[in-house]
Design a protein around this ligand. Sequence first.
Ligand SMILES: [Zn+2]
Length: 59
Amino acid sequence: MGTVALACRSLGEACEWALVADSETEILTRAAEHYKCAHHVPELTTEWRARLTTAMRRT
Ligand SMILES: [Zn+2]
């Protein structure tokens, strides 16, 4: 079992937010909260989920 990391900067955002979690599901859940609060994305659409999943780094 590795970890999954996601940084907003990987998506071209001028934002320092980054996250490490145990699963992609957890990342998406917490990213949904962050994008809602910080990036005016009320919900993660399929397109957003695809972008986030592509930007994730697995270790
Ligand atoms: Zn951000």
